[in-house]
Design a protein around this ligand. Sequence first.
Ligand code: NAD
Length: 305
Amino acid sequence: MKISILGAGAMGCMAAGFLVKRHDVTLVDIWKEHIDAINKNGLRVRFQGEETTVHPKATTDPNEAKDADLVIVFVKSTQTAEALEKNRVLLGPHTLVLSLQNGYGNDQDIMKFAPKDNIIMGTTDRAASVLGPGFVNNSGGRYIHIGPLGEDMSGAEKVAAAFRECGLDTSVCDNKHVTEMIWDKLIINCANNALVALLDINTPLLLEEHLSDSFKMLLGESVKVARACGLPFEESVYVDKNIALLKSLSKEARTSMWQDVNKKRRTEIDRMNGAIVKLGREKGVPTPCSELVVHLIHAIENKYV
Ligand code: NAD
């Protein structure tokens, strides 16, 4: 399969590290130093302390990766529309587009550039981080769940088979279930991500007194908005789910929004708690706690030098 990965950051490179085993993979990114390093020395991937070097193609020029069979969008959710606009050439009439990004609204952004029937959405618990130009850490993870935005499952089945060939455990579900899975991850992200970034703490500390009350307030608002959007979610189930997740994390775990703030990068807050606020307004669900954390995260971003 000819695969172009739009966004060669942590997750794009992690995916390339697997997919290059069997497919023709090109990483596309605007970060020239990183792309040059991959072309010069290969892509170094660290996993559980062991390092391997793989050799996907890498470019800052989307013309070198056009008309792919599959484009995987791995820019931040706030960058999806702009990145696709600037890299339209990657998409031919039959190109499948897959998003495993976090946040709300990636599907609507992608639909401006590709027919609904070509779009596949999904979630993963896989995680990664960039260690330097041409060098990433694959933090592991177990699953990838994908499903079509439309009714036709054949594209998603093809992508899942291509992923499985390379050791990525991938399951396929229909559009209703994939929407539920994206919301499921969104609710958990909205409960934890911003609080950890604002308080500069390790994620499992959210289990402590006051902090658990805080995540429950955010989570409660997100679940109410999800229900107003037609999703069959229960607040108590999500509280238990988040407690189980927080208990399962390593003591040093930090959320991706903490990583962004720590590196003085724009966060995905507008596509997480910000999306809850926006949808809440549309559906008449009050979301004051979510609105507060959106303002606080933006205030931090505005202080970056
Ligand atoms: P990242 O910041 O490491 O990588 C994004 C890359 O996109 C950067 O290298 C950036 O230069 C590139 N980019 C930005 N604009 C571009 C453009 N116009 N054209 C080409 N490239 C462009 O981000 P990430 O951590 O890999 O996350 C990507 C998505 O995956 C996010 O939605 C994130 O929430 C989600 N996600 C991340 C993890 C994780 O562990 N990192 C896990 C699950 C999901």
